[in-house]
Design a protein around this ligand. Structure first.
Ligand SMILES: [Zn+2]
Ligand SMILES: [Zn+2]
Length: 193
């Protein structure tokens, strides 16, 4: 479990909305009247120290439209995007640009349909890892149970504290299992066990 970063959900939503409206504006400039097929994907990013972030990618496919990469570069520059770059995509010339950690671009699918895409910066939702609370305490034990002698009720692996990694390497104790190997995560064992 790691500490939740305050305001991350709002920040994610704000940047998602901004990106969507920027892409809509590019689409309107490049292919007026074409209703794009919109797809959104959220990629989770994790650091070995247990921080977790999410990055949004939006693609808008303009089936049947014809817009050139050159026109896209011009539209991006006109909308205030910087470092506009021409490249080569799967279906011909492509173009992309950046601004404040955001990226947008246009490429052509092998089928010929132009795709306007955008990527928001990663928003971090959780900071460093902190060990989850104990799975069992003397107060929560059922009759006939005792605290697991291996983890003392924590339920998580004692070496990595349930993160699965130690110093960026897979935990050798639990092998990414993340639970205490003796109690399987319950924090308890039977008195007669
Ligand atoms: Zn471990
Ligand atoms: Zn245990």
């Amino acid at each position: 479990m790691s500490e939740e970063i305050e305001g991350a959900a709002e920040e994610f939503e704000r940047s998602a909305n901004w990106l969507r409206s920027e892409l809509r504006a590019l689409v309107a400039a490049l292919a007026p009247g074409v209703e794009p097929a919109v797809e959104e994907r959220i990629q989770e990013r994790r650091t070995t120290r247990g921080a977790m972030g999410r990055q949004l990618t939006v693609t808008m496919t303009l089936a049947g439209a014809s817009c050139a990469a050159g026109a896209a570069s011009e539209a991006m520059a006109a909308a205030g995007w910087c470092s506009v770059e021409a490249g080569e995509g799967p279906g011909g010339p492509s173009s992309k640009a950046r601004r404040d950690g955001f990226e947008v671009g246009l490429f052509r699918r092998p089928s010929g349909s132009p795709v306007v895409w955008g990527k928001a910066p990663t928003v971090w939702f959780h900071g460093r890892w902190t060990r989850p609370p104990r799975a069992a305490t003397p107060q929560t034990l059922a009759p006939g149970d005792r605290l697991c002698r291996m983890c003392d009720g924590w339920g998580t692996c004692g070496t990595c504290e349930g993160l699965g990694f130690v110093d960026g390497r897979r935990c050798v104790e639990c092998g990414l299992g993340m639970d205490c190997s003796s109690c399987g995560g319950s924090g308890r064992e039977r008195l007669d066990g």
